[in-house]
Design a binder for this molecule. Structure first.
Ligand code: GDP
Length: 296
């Protein structure tokens, strides 16, 4: 994960500041400049980077800090807190309860890793004793049902879909009803990731959400999309009530800053990250350990 490089750049900026004999406004500004550059280079949205810079400058008032205060520590703490704040929207996402039926709808562009993440999410819960089930409401992409079926079969998870039905709403509703009757407690609805027009995709998503009334909508985003992350996430949030984010392909060469942008755009937490193509390459996401690791 290239995020490690971001951590390295930030650590170097802090180190350079520590090496200064006196920490004054110039030293702080130079440190912030380097951190800002590193964040931008790692695809964090410019608006967020500006906010972070302003907030740190507001918090760290060098003139008001009495002598004897460890300015370096205070600045470091402020940076840590601001990075955590970027990744923490301040409210937790809906958490399904074992034994109580919940409908979780997955949305995201084709290729983002949506179908893979649906199965990983189901499998992750199945291992903990849940009864998950998968519904393929993607009737646009030929092969979508086969892919979900293959994944589900491999993980021994019940699935629902059709080779002939072209109405995603019908499949979604029937699938959810079927699995509610079978007492599944985690009914996962995979949706289309592409349409003839983007607006048709968003309209379809809206209709599937209206018909299945999901308890949680998870937006799946490929971490390698870079600066496009913010706008993409925002567009999804405007169409459906996104409540959580899964960021995929964190194992690759992605710069990872998109994750921060997705949180800001959807005001929803990242709950898991995808770290590979296999079913087990899936990690629960926690803000503080992530930022700690990031800062080394
Ligand atoms: P969808 O079109 O959004 O449903 O995307 P898919 O689930 O079909 O995934 C697209 C490609 O990305 C597939 O080749 C997946 O194996 C791959 N993929 C998904 N998640 C990850 C991940 O976390 N890491 C890596 N390396 N590949 C992933």
């Amino acid at each position: 994960m290239v995020l490690g490089e971001l951590g390295g750049s930030i650590t170097r900026a802090l180190q350079a500041m520590s090496n200064a004999t006196i920490i004054d406004e110039d030293v702080l500004n130079e440190c912030l400049k380097q951190i800002t550059r590193a964040l931008l280079q790692h695809d964090v949205h410019i608006k967020l980077v500006h906010n972070l810079q302003t907030n740190i400058k507001n918090i760290v008032n060098l003139h008001e800090l009495a002598a004897g205060h460890n300015k370096r520590k205070i600045i470091q703490q402020a940076i840590f807190n601001e990075l955590c704040k970027m990744l923490d929207p301040g409210k937790p996402s809906f958490t399904p309860k074992k034994g109580k039926p919940s409908v979780v709808m997955f949305v995201g562009l084709q290729g983002s890793g949506k179908t893979t993440s649906c199965t990983k999410y189901a499998y992750h819960h199945q291992k903990k004793g849940w009864k998950p089930a998968l519904v393929c409401a993607d009737t646009f992409r030929a092969g979508a049902f086969d892919q979900l079926k293959q994944n589900a079969t491999k993980a021994n998870i019940p699935f629902y879909g059709s080779y002939t039905e072209s109405d995603p709403l019908k499949i979604a509703v029937e699938g959810v009803e079927t699995f509610k009757k079978e007492n599944c407690d985690l009914i996962i609805v995979d949706t289309s990731g592409r349409h003839k027009q983007q607006k048709d995709l968003f309209e379809e998503m809206r209709q599937v959400a209206e018909a299945t009334k999901p308890d949680l909508v998870i937006f799946v985003m490929d971490s390698s999309i870079g600066q496009a992350a913010f706008d993409q996430a925002e567009a999804f949030k405007e169409s459906v009530a996104v409540g959580a984010v899964i960021v995929t392909k964190m194992d690759g060469h992605a710069k990872g800053g998109g994750a921060l942008s997705a949180v800001a755009a959807t005001k929803s937490p990242v709950i898991y990250i995808g770290t590979g193509e296999h079913m087990d390459d899936f990690e629960v996401f926690d803000v503080k350990p992530f930022v700690s690791r990031l800062l080394g």
